[in-house]
Design a protein. Sequence first.
Length: 378
Amino acid sequence: MNEQRSQMLANFRVEVPSWGFSQSGTRFHAFEIPGQARTLEDRIDDAGLVQQLTGAVSAVALHIPWDETSDYQALQERVEDVGLRVGAINPNLFQEEIYRFGSLASSDPEARAVAVSHCLECVEIMRLTDSKGLSIWLPDGSNYPGQMDFAAAFGRTVESLQTVYEGMDADQTMLIEYKFFEPAFYHTVLSDWGTAMLAAQDVGPNAKILVDLGHHPMGTNIEAIVALVSKYGRLGGFHFNSRKYADDDLTTGSLNPYELFLIFVELNKFYNLAKQPGDICLVLDQSHNVKCKLEATVQSVTNLQLMYAKSLLVDYDKLKAAQESRDAVGCEELLKDAFDTDTRPWLQEIKRQQGLPEDPLQYFRESGLKERRIEARR
Ligand SMILES: [Mn+2]
């Protein structure tokens, strides 16, 4: 394999979410999965363990208040001790009584003030932990026709986001996530990339869009969205996961590997994903309710590496030439050729060179790491 591509694959990194390691994340029963994280320290240790197993984790993304602590310097030190950085900080705008009718978009000035001040508290945590991304997902919307004035709610959201943005530093990025429905079932204020784009443009140059793979109506062409948002310099990052029906938060690449590959193909046209720290924030956003959470995270990281590897095999010059000669079959075959290549031996070779286990899942299961983790957390 070409040396430059191997270097790129070797340098690929992703952030893992602290909330993917503990007993949470479903409106139904959260099962007791042996070995799962019980504390903030456990969650950081798990992120570090995924890094130890895969070598492809850059940072751990945190959620406030779920990861709230009295000493953020100590938290950052612990994260550094496991070889990682503090990644994106995610405010919570959906778990306070006052948010019944919305947070940043609410018509109640008091609810808006609480939401804005919580986001600013998260900006302060970013300063303390050297995090560069404020990752905002706004659940606001309405359940019934007439309940909310669409334009007014959007205007209030932009104003609230502007206030938060003014409190941020020049090297911090506001990541604006969108989702078409849920928890609101009739209308959502930031429902798609268009609404998120309008908001980002009104807020400022460091306000960018975050694409969560589970937040689109079925059949949406996400790779086309990625290309356009990138072209306008507004792509801030990703929440990787997989889904069959809605926001299912399943293991990345478990159901839609071709889609994931096509997204990487578009990303490679705009960004060098091997650059660290990267220009865009790549984060897993998953909740594992049945699987061992650590294993599911390792699977997700590995699937991302394998799909990224396939995307590096595309001959982009040839693709462009085939597009310009309007050779629809040739274009598709070029992509299929790359996608159909088994990239596992290549990734294993890189892992051998890096002194990492060639099969991280097998290593986790057979080295005693898994049993020790379960034993320690009984
Ligand atoms: Mn998300």
